[in-house]
Structures are given as C-alpha cells and as structure tokens.
Ligand binder design. Structure first.
Ligand code: UN1
Length: 481
C-alpha cells in the first residue's frame, strides 16, 4: 500500500510513499523505547552535536528541500526557503539548549538540607504534523526532543509524506557522521492516516504526543493521551485578529495585513483571519487593502514574483466557498474569493483571496476556515476591539497596529489579548523560533519551539538531600520514635 502524492501546483504525481501498516506500530514503538534506554544516557551536549550536524546537512540541502516543500505543499519559493531556514534556526537553538537544560536550586526550610530540580529525558515523543508546515514544525519538536534525550516517532500529514522522507534522509546523513552514540531507530517516520496517530495517542509507551492540526483532530487526540495520563503538546486551530487603531501607520499596516492574510494562501495556523478596524479609518483601510489584493500575483508558486500559490486541494476550496456563502447569508459583503482558472497551472486549485466586510462577529467568523478569507469589522473603543478579538473559541495569535503607547500596552496586559502570541506593529503570522509558539483555549495550550518549551519534553524531578546528622521533618512535624 502506498500514498500517491500529487502536487497541489498542477495535480501531477510527485512520487509515492509506502504506508506503514498499522500492525507495525507496536514494533515501531518498541524500537523507540529501546532507543530511549541508550539515548537518555548520552550526555546532553553530545546529543546537541547530532543536531549541530543536522543543521549543517540542512544548510547543504536548503534549496532542494525548499523546492520539495514548494512542490508538495504549494508554498511560494521564498516561503519554502523560509520553512527550511526555520529548521536550521531551531537546530542552532537546540544545540545551545543542549548545554542549558538547567534546574533550580531551592532554599530548604530544614537545616543541613539542599533542595534542587533535575530534568531528565522522558521517553519516546510522537510528532504528528500538518501539511502546511510539513517539515519546520516537526523540526521544532524533534530537535528539542532529541537534545532532551527523547527518541522521536514522526507521523507527517498524509498530504506531505515526501518532504518528511527527504528530511529523514538528511537526518540520516547527520547520524552517519555522528557515529555510534546514536542508537538505531532514534528517529522513525511512519506514513499513513489517523489510525497511526491513534496508535501513538493510545500507547502508554509514548509519554509525549505533540500534535499540530485542526481543533477537531486535537479533540480526538488530546483526550486519548490524557486517558492514559500521557503528556500532549497541542497546537490546533487559530482565528487570529489584528486591531488597527486610528494612530496606526497605515502603509505598514497594509503590508502586514497582506502578508499575514494571504501568505501561504491563508493556510498558516497564524494566518490573519479577522481585521478589527477603528470606524474612522475603516473605509480608507479597506480600500487600500482591496487595492493591494487587486494586483496580487496568483499562480505557480515556483515562479518568481508569485505571492499566492495554490490551496492544498479541492476540499479546501469547497470549504472556502462554503464559508463565503455563509458570510453572505450572515450579512457580509464579499470582495474576491472566486476560483482562478486562467493564468495558473491547470490541475491545481487557485483562488482569489477574499475580503469580507461583516456587520458583526457572526458564528461563521468564529470558525477557522483554512483558506485566505479576511473578515473585517469596525469598532469604536479599544475595549470593544479587545472584546471582539477575544470573543472566539481559538487563542493562538493576535496583533495591534498603533503608535499609542497606552493602547499597545493595554493590548499586551492582563486585560488585553487572550492569545499565546500578541504582537505590536506587526501581523500575527511569521513568528521567530526563539519564542514559545502556541496558544490558549481551542488552540490547545501547548508551547513548542523557543523559550523554555523544552521543559515539555523532559520530566522534572525534585531532589532533597540531607547532609546533616539529624532527620528534621518539614512543617516542624514531630514524629519521635
Ligand atoms: C503553523 O502554521 O502551524 O508563525 C506554524 C508562523 C510560522 C509557523 C506557523 N513560523 O507563521
């Protein structure tokens, strides 16, 4: 059994990927457990050396892997390169981290005692990744898991197995240079559908499951991992907004809107989906954004100059058109959003990005449609804008354009954005790897990539050491025998 992989650019067959039989999963997991027993004892800085080598191999293959990302996921060329750069960046981060897996030393209340925290490897880490960032999000997880001492089992999206297999080949080059400290099966890739994800989610031998995808998927995976007290790192749907205040630099705002709303053809989890504009500048801003949309080069993502490539498949287009129909029925005025069939490669699914002027925040707007639809709403007070921004089930990314310090700081404060990411004078998408990435509410609560996200890949141990000659009890308890 194999998956026939077709390019979203023109529907042509790119290659075939062998499907991992479900019956193989126990052996895959057992191999990962065996790898863990060896890998956990390799010093973390030495584990980092493997990731340093992986970063070197990725640098050497940056152009070719990026071209494959473009062919298989349909991203425009510069975004394909950006995706591989994101892998390289997280390798650098993880190498440094391999010498910084620090714990605390804590003041003990007892004389002659020391208390501290130690971080230990946790065990196999499953990574379930999505089509839209087919390799970078895996790398965020895999590089951190590996320096933390955890083997990785990767289930890429069924839509993008070839970029996964290519990344595995590049990783194998690093392994070959690294030598025998790395056990067999340190990183395994399984190809297939939800049944493989289910095998990982339900296995007690897989303590960590990091899953990126829809909220619907997360609502299935999360409870299965929780039911066996596993740890999940969920990065699910987003419904990201930008608040534009009257003081905003509108030239910058327009550029940020266009990149974050139509970049990756609206198929980023961080894509700008809701534009919340002060009523006094709404018409002006909408006119400017419509003007920019009118000249967007839509078409072959390999061609230089193209800014909007194809949607991943026809199902995506159908969901987009259905969402636009629903928005109209809810009182919205739709601009654009039509399928594009001329001037684009035959066999691919291309659309005009849509702008929809809405009368209110409707039920349709509260759902994430993974396509380039930008809903626009007006507001009168910042409190109202922040309430609109937060009044959706998702909580991934958010932004404000303002030159007013009070507005910016209010947006970032406890009464401001309720999202995992909140930006000022930049759009909600295109995060750097150095920060923790993820969001609240239906986004799932997980954090990946930078900052101290590594802690999710390790187990914390509190150690108390008595170096005195007596045995005092905590809280002053007396228990003399
Ligand atoms: C995703 O869409 O799952 O912040 C990840 C961004 C990218 C990552 C997106 N660095 O837009």
């Amino acid at each position: 059994m194999e998956i026939i992989v077709r390019s979203p650019i023109d529907g042509s067959e790119l290659g075939r990927a062998p499907i991992t039989p479900l019956a193989d999963m126990p052996a895959v997991i057992a191999r990962s457990q065996a790898a863990f027993l060896a890998w956990r004892s390799v010093p973390a800085p030495r584990r980092g050396e493997l990731i340093r080598l992986f970063g070197e191999e990725l640098r050497a293959e940056k152009a070719s892997l990026a071209a494959l990302v473009t062919a298989e996921a349909g991203k425009i060329a510069t975004e394909g390169l950006g995706e591989v750069q994101e892998m390289i960046d997280i390798c650098d981060f993880a190498v440094g981290l391999s010498r910084q897996l620090y714990g605390l030393t804590i003041a003990s209340e007892r004389p002659g005692h020391r208390m501290m925290e130690t971080w230990h490897p946790m065990g196999p880490c499953a990574v379930i990744s999505a089509f839209n960032f087919p390799v970078a999000v895996w790398a965020w997880n895999a590089t951190l898991a590996l320096v933390c001492g955890d083997p990785v089992i990767w289930k890429p999206s069924e839509k993008t197995p070839l970029t996964a297999l290519a990344s595995m080949k590049i990783f194998e080059r690093a392994l070959a240079r690294f030598g025998s400290d790395a056990p067999p099966a340190l990183v395994q890739c399984v190809i297939g559908g939800a049944e493989l994800g289910d095998a990982l989610a339900t296995s007690r031998e897989v303590p960590i499951v990091s899953a990126t995808g829809s909220t619907r998927m997360g609502a299935i995976v999360g409870p299965k991992v929780a039911a066996r007290f596993g740890r999940s790192i969920l990065e699910l749907g987003g419904n990201n907004a930008m608040i534009v205040s009257p003081s905003a630099d509108l030239d910058m705002t327009v550029r940020a809107i266009v990149f974050s709303a139509v970049g990756t053809a609206g198929q980023r989890c961080t894509t700008l989906r809701r534009l919340l504009v002060h009523r006094s500048i709404r018409d002006d801003l909408v006119a400017r954004v419509r003007k920019a949309y009118a000249t967007l080069p839509i078409g072959d993502p390999r061609a230089s100059g193209t800014l909007v490539g194809p949607l991943i498949d026809a199902g995506s287009r159908d969901r987009m058109l259905a969402a636009l129909g629903r928005a109209s029925a809810e009182g919205g005025v739709v601009h654009g959003g039509r399928p594009v069939t001329t001037g684009v490669p035959a066999g691919g699914v291309y659309v005009e990005p849509a702008i929809v002027e809405m009368p209110a925040q409707t039920a349709g707007m509260r759902e994430e449609t993974f396509a380039p639809i930008l809903y626009v709403l007006a507001w009168d007070t910042l409190d109202e804008a922040i309430a609109l921004q937060n009044d959706v089930p998702q909580g991934l990314s958010s932004s404000i354009f303002t030159t007013d310090l009070r507005e910016a700081e209010t947006f970032l404060s406890a009464v401001g954005s309720d999202c995992g990411i909140a930006n000022v004078n930049m759009g909600p998408s295109g995060a750097e790897i150095g920060g923790a990435f993820g969001g609240e509410k239906e986004t799932g609560g997980g954090r990946e990539s930078g900052s101290d996200s590594w802690r999710a890949y390790m187990r914390r141990q509190t150690n108390s050491i008595n170096y005195s000659r007596s045995l005092p009890l905590a809280q002053g308890v007396n228990f003399d025998i």
